[in-house]
Design a protein around this ligand. Structure first.
Ligand SMILES: Cc1cc2nc3c(=O)[nH]c(=O)nc-3n(C[C@H](O)[C@H](O)[C@H](O)COP(=O)(O)O)c2cc1C
Length: 303
């Protein structure tokens, strides 16, 4: 088939119609975007991070716009696993798009239970494990804080599920290739690179940190070069597929990540600015491939 019509990519055995996935926390549970996006045109979407029990999240203000980006400290507000499976998922049953369920836990045991329970849910195509959360049982040290912690938490989730397991890495580490290799060694099927960068903003009126949580995660175009560097390095350090995420707003951004070594990409903050951004990115990738005579995205490699 001529170039532009086939943008399919494979992450391991899992095929996606195209490489564009809406990122966790910026696309609700998919349903919220129905007025703007035909879900079946997407490669897939990742749900807001789910936990065993519902969470109300952090105090407000918990979002602030910054130069070329935003800070958020939502605090992982979500409706909880049960409500998602019973009330949201049935409404998504007839869409073809890939559904990634992003999940997290406060303890290793919660990661195990989430992975095990999601294992039995047929409509879920893949699990995306967010490890950038403080481990409550071990004094709040983040699961993502070092290769040994990453290895421990990924290994137990791996044992609990046969579903395609994506581990989402934090950029807030000394060397992301080390945590990437740990996740791969512990059985991850793919990696999402990366989550938000920790930052802060001051409110000049109150002379206090703008966010009630003091710090927040920086996302949007501001982090694109940082994320791209990490994707490039990670794709060379591991054999499993890498999903590039960070500041992708237009097709050209997505193509930079694909050429750098990502097999697929995610679009986050751009969904807030332009709700149909994902669809425009797919169209733009297709048009670029047609112009360049690219027959398969697998051809995209750095020259
Ligand atoms: C408001 C908001 C909420 C987010 N919630 C989650 C989450 O629940 N789980 C997760 O793994 N990542 C979460 N993220 C991170 C994004 O999925 C993405 O990794 C990050 O924003 C970088 O991509 P971007 O620059 O395209 O937004 C969130 C980001 C934002 C802006």
């Amino acid at each position: 088939m001529a170039t532009g019509n086939n943008l399919s990519v494979k992450l391991g055995q899992l095929e996606f119609a195209n490489p564009v996935i809406a990122a966790s926390g910026t696309f609700g549970y998919g349903l919220e975007y129905l007025p703007f996006v035909d879900l079946d045109l997407l490669g897939g979407f990742s749900t807001k991070g789910l936990s065993l029990k519902p969470r109300i999240g952090n105090a407000v203000p918990r979002m602030v716009e910054t130069a070329s980006g935003m800070l958020n400290a939502i605090g992982l507000e979500n409706i909880g696993l049960e409500k998602f499976v019973n009330e949201k998922l049935p409404l998504l049953e007839n869409y073809k798009t890939r559904i990634l369920v992003n999940f997290f836990g406060d303890t290793k045991e919660e990661y195990i239970e989430m992975a095990a329970r999601l294992s039995d849910v047929e409509r879920v195509d893949a699990l995306e494990m967010n490890i950038s959360c403080p481990n409550v049982a071990e004094g709040g040290v983040s699961f993502s804080s070092g290769p040994a912690n990453v290895s421990r938490v990924v290994a137990v989730a791996r044992q609990a599920t046969k579903k395609f397991l994506i581990v989402k890495l934090s950029p807030n580490v000394a060397d992301i290739t080390e945590t990437a290799k740990s996740a791969e060694g512990a059985g991850a099927d793919a990696l999402s690179v990366v989550n938000t960068h920790i930052g802060m903003a001051m409110n000049l009126e109150t002379r206090k940190p703008y966010l009630a949580n003091v710090t927040g995660g920086l996302s949007g175009p501001a982090i694109k070069p940082l994320a791209l560097r990490m994707v490039y390095a990670t794709a060379r350090a591991v054999k499993i597929p890498v999903i590039g995420v960070g500041g992708i707003s237009v097709a050209e951004d997505a193509l930079e990540f694909l050429i750098a070594g990502a097999t697929a990409i995610q679009v986050g903050t751009a969904n807030f600015i332009d709700p149909p951004a994902t669809i425009k990115i797919i169209d733009g990738i297709r048009a670029w491939c047609q112009r360049q005579g690219v027959k398969s995205l697998a051809e995209l490699k750095p020259r």
